[in-house]
Design a protein around this ligand. Structure first.
Ligand SMILES: [Zn+2]
Length: 171
């Protein structure tokens, strides 16, 4: 290292100049002479040191984000998956199936709603006009005739359908 270089490095660098080159400095893109100038300035200037620190933290943060960033279609796939699970649990076929076995409730959680459904079912079957087949009565009683028009939804929707069906029939 010659004398002229030492003089250059020793020259007080203005903050404005230093900050302009901070990113390049942190990325290791500066030529040796500039790198040393910045390094020297940072050792003497708390303000620029703070700025360099902030930049470094931001860069580290962004790099970390790249690793955990979900795929672009993550949300779509998530909702599709949720939908599939709901369909499996609440499709008309499954509801029908559960009603068929409702005399022996399988779970405490299910027993409440099943109890209500069976109550509806028995009441409605009794009220069904003569000549209606057992299956038709079933479908009407649990609201499957309406239900098929709307996509399989939440338990509350099934509830609502049942409630509406019952109310309509009682009027
Ligand atoms: Zn400075």
């Amino acid at each position: 290292m010659g004398n002229s270089e030492l003089i250059l490095i020793g020259r007080q660098m203005k903050c404005e100049q230093a900050k302009r080159k901070l990113v390049a400095y942190l990325d290791g893109e500066l030529r040796e002479r500039e790198r040393l100038q910045i390094k020297k300035h940072l050792s003497q200037c708390a303000a620029c040191r703070g700025e360099a620190d902030r930049l470094q933290k931001t860069a580290r943060f962004l790099k970390a984000q790249e690793h955990v960033m979900p795929r672009v279609d993550f949300e779509t796939r998530l909702w599709e998956r949720i939908q599939r699970v709901e369909d499996r649990q609440l499709s008309p076929q499954v509801v029908f199936e559960r009603l068929g076995r409702a005399i022996v409730p399988v779970a405490v959680a299910l027993s409440l709603i099943v109890g209500i459904i069976v109550g509806d079912l028995v009441g409605n079957i009794t009220l069904s006009p003569p000549g209606t087949s057992q299956e038709e009565a079933y479908a009407i009683a649990i609201g499957l005739d309406n239900f098929q028009d709307s996509p399989p939804g939440s338990l509350s929707e099934v509830y609502l359908t049942l409630a509406t069906t019952k109310e309509a029939k009682n009027q």
